[in-house]
Design a protein around this ligand. Sequence first.
Ligand SMILES: [Zn+2]
Length: 75
Amino acid sequence: MKCLSCKGSIENKLTNYIADFGDCIIVVRNVPSQVCSQCGEKSYSYHVSVRLQEIISQVRSLVSGIAEVNYSEAA
Ligand SMILES: [Zn+2]
């Protein structure tokens, strides 16, 4: 698999996803993602991005301020 922007090689990595809503910041740790080793472009599989949105909307309804969750441990 090649990067869409620079054609660099893509590595599977665990990264942190940060959702910033202004009054509320949610950090999801250890998200499985594909990262370009050349330009750092990050992408998520369809399954992972759907899951991320679920986690974020769930956490956002429970927490205000800064919240930190682990991707693999999130309910
Ligand atoms: Zn790239």
